[in-house]
Ligand binder design. Structure first.
Ligand code: ADP
Length: 521
């Protein structure tokens, strides 16, 4: 279609077209309105258009034409030869522009060929883009559906696991009472059967704990309950049940614990879970006859205590090593004797991290494996170093590391102390450091922005007030936060390390210093 209101120009274009030898069918119109009407009625291969028409002028003509014929290439024929105009015409939707003065059959036929070709490519890529966008929308819809289903499944697993806990404990307790003869005399064989019931229930309990822990770890709802403790606090009563398990599997389990180990700084329950999962695995996957050795020693660089578990099992093939800590990955273990869901190592690794350590392993096929992790010594330098390392791994760089002093004034009996620590652990996250540094004082480290520290302070104070109101012993003591230092990491790593260690070593701010700290809140 030629859109041209000047008879002379129209004649000239037609002549050039004819001479170019192009076999074309022509439709000629003299106004924009007619062109738009024709474009609605027919599909044209190309529009050659003048800019000045009786009902439209300049770039606007092309914009309107291109709006009514997105599928048709437009070449502009103009008297004006300006680069600026050319750019604006292309932006408005033209494929090309030619000056009428220089119009030759060769120029026109080349422009027509190129414009049609370019436009076809453009239309094809637009179609492709639309298809991609439709596919992306569909994918987003499917993802949302899957996320919802996943959340429902997780909720279902959480509820079922939770509901399993009490009956399992009851079954185990009653089996144990019967085995001990509390409900009347039992034969040797009955005692053996009841022992099996007890063991199997204990296994089931471990699976239930794994399910619940895995879900809590995923949502980050496990608080930072790290404290100064002894290695014996970590071991608790786990040795008995592990030894029992080893016996049942005919595995020789031994503990080699260095004497006089220093105090450590960790959440003993999480360290126990980590160690227990490793020992249970070592027993499950050890050789025949099985041997498992648990070693607990101070780190060579004296920064922590290392817990390691060595077995004489089949080892882990090199190709499976990268996915050993993935949730639900069992590395193809289908032995019905080895019950499990592939959660044990994922949980152990996450819990080792929460204790500012890292779960590692070395393994040789046919010889066995050694899994190990360490927890920091209860020493300001060790804690500061491990905390900063942990924050650097868990926060997106660059980030701020803020240290806040938290203290209470007034009577602090054991019950109030517990209540306050419980609130602190609840309101802070796994990545925060909460270290008791004096009878009524804590140092809090957060990898966060200052505004967030203030929000945490407000939440903790509100919780203390709220809990105090419902306490039969009366309100909890008054609490205050005092932001102290903030460092930008990774740049101020050294300074953060030195000062945080000092804060943990010489924590007590003089009351005057505390009160005059910049923003007591
Ligand atoms: P589960 O034991 O429930 O399968 P885990 O996460 O504890 O889940 O372990 C994942 C997989 O890693 C196991 O299925 C097993 O194939 C392998 N594995 C774990 N510990 C050992 C070990 N000590 N020796 C050999 N393979 C192991």
């Amino acid at each position: 279609m030629i859109v041209e209101d000047d008879d002379f120009d129209l004649l000239a274009v037609r002549r050039v077209l004819r001479r170019s030898g192009a076999a074309v069918e022509l439709e000629c119109v003299t106004s924009l309105a007619d062109a738009v009407t024709k474009l609605k009625q027919h599909r044209f291969d190309l529009v050659l258009s003048d800019l000045s028409l009786p009902d439209s002028y300049g770039v606007e003509t092309i914009r309107k034409l291109s709006r009514s014929a997105a599928e048709t290439p437009i070449i502009v024929l103009t008297h004006c030869d300006s680069e600026d105009l050319g750019v604006r015409l292309l932006e408005a939707g033209a494929q090309d522009y030619l000056t009428k003065r220089e119009l030759t059959p060769e120029v026109l036929s080349r422009a027509i060929r190129h414009s049609i070709q370019r436009h076809e490519e453009l239309v094809a890529s637009r179609h492709l883009l639309t298809e991609i966008e439709t596919a992306r929308d569909e994918l987003a819809r499917q993802n949302a559906r899957l996320e919802k289903l996943n959340a429902q499944a997780q909720h279902f697993v959480d509820t079922v696991s939770h509901e399993f806990r009490t009956p399992l404990t009851v079954i185990r307790e009653y089996a144990s009472l019967m085995r001990d003869g509390v409900a009347g005399p039992v034969t040797q064989e009955q005692r053996r059967f009841l022992g099996t019931v007890e063991d199997r229930v204990t296994d089931l309990n471990t699976i239930v704990d794994d399910m619940l822990d895995s879900s809590r770890l995923k949502t980050g709802s496990i608080g930072p309950r790290r404290k100064t403790c002894r290695v014996e606090d970590v071991l608790g009563t786990m040795r008995d049940s592990l030894e029992h398990k080893a016996q049942r599997r005919n595995v020789r389990l031994s503990f080699d614990i260095e004497s006089q180990l220093p105090f450590v700084y960790c959440d003993p329950e999480k360290a126990r879970r980590t160690l227990s999962n490793l020992v249970v695995n070592a027993i499950k996957y050890s050789g025949n006859p099985g041997t498992v050795v648990v070693e607990i020693r101070e780190d060579i660089d004296a920064s922590g205590v290392v817990f390691s578990v060595t077995d004489n099992g089949a080892g882990i093939p090199p190709e499976s090593r990268s996915r050993i800590f993935d949730r639900f990955d069992r590395l193809g273990d289908l032995d019905p004797q080895n019950s499990g869901f592939g959660l044990g190592l994922a949980i152990a690794s996450e819990m080792a991290r929460i204790n500012f350590g890292e779960l590692n392993f070395e393994s040789e096929v046919g010889i066995g494996s050694r899994f190990y992790f360490s927890v920091p010594l209860d020493h300001p330098n060790c804690i500061a170093n491990r905390f900063i390392q942990f924050a650097t791994q868990t926060s997106e760089a660059p980030f701020s590391l803020a240290v806040t002093a938290f203290r209470v004034t007034g009577e602090l009996d054991a019950d109030a102390e517990n209540a306050i620590e419980r609130i602190l652990f609840r309101e802070l996250t796994q990545s925060d450091l909460v270290k008791r540094v004096g009878p009524k004082e804590w140092v809090i480290g957060t990898a966060t922005r200052n505004t967030e520290t203030r929000a945490i302070a407000a939440r903790v104070k509100q919780a203390i007030e709220h809990e105090g109101r419902n306490r039969p012993q009366g309100p909890l003591p008054h609490a205050e936060f005092s932001p102290m230092e903030t460092w930008s990491l990774p740049w101020e790593h050294e300074s953060a390390l030195i000062h945080l260690s000092r804060r943990l070593r010489e924590p007590r701010l003089k009351t005057q210093e505390f009160n005059h700290a910049k923003h007591v809140c």
